[in-house]
Unconditional design. Structure first.
Length: 144
């Protein structure tokens, strides 16, 4: 009896936390992606959705694979310890996946910023851009 209750508690908590983290990524990752894709809402939302689907597939897959146990549970204490051990590992996996998604969001954002800094020929401009001179600096030839 303890094992069935442990499985149900593990699934409920693991899946609940997975959904919560995924929704946090959807809501807050959208800002990064909109910046990366220069306000292209359709593209940002599409990439956001694809990243979250991957997040769900990996985490729910892990949760279901980690459900199995060979332990025999003879007391409520053993059941609680088993559930806590499994939830702890799931939380660590979710944390790693969360930071991986943040890394992906940041890379996409930086790549979008790098593209916007390129000139029309597709080359990265050399030196500082327009407006780099201090206020009051004379405009004209630097070397006379």
């Amino acid at each position: 009896m303890y094992i069935v209750v442990s499985y149900l508690a593990y699934l409920a908590i693991s899946l609940g936390v997975t959904v919560w983290v995924a929704q946090t990524l959807v809501r807050n990752g959208r800002v990064f992606l909109l910046d990366a894709f220069h306000g292209n809402t359709a593209l940002a939302d599409s990439v956001n959705h694809l990243l979250v689907v991957g997040f769900y597939l990996i985490n729910v897959g892990y949760v279901t694979l980690a459900l199995r146990t060979g332990a025999t549970l003879d007391s409520a204490r053993q059941a609680i310890e088993l559930v806590c051990d499994k939830i702890g590992v799931v939380l660590l996996v979710l944390g790693v996946m969360h930071f991986f998604n943040l890394y992906v969001f940041n890379r996409l954002r930086k790549r979008g910023q790098d593209r916007s800094e390129r000139d029309a020929s597709g080359r990265q401009p050399l030196g500082p851009g327009p407006g780099w001179a201090p206020a009051g600096a004379p405009i004209g030839k630097v070397l006379d």
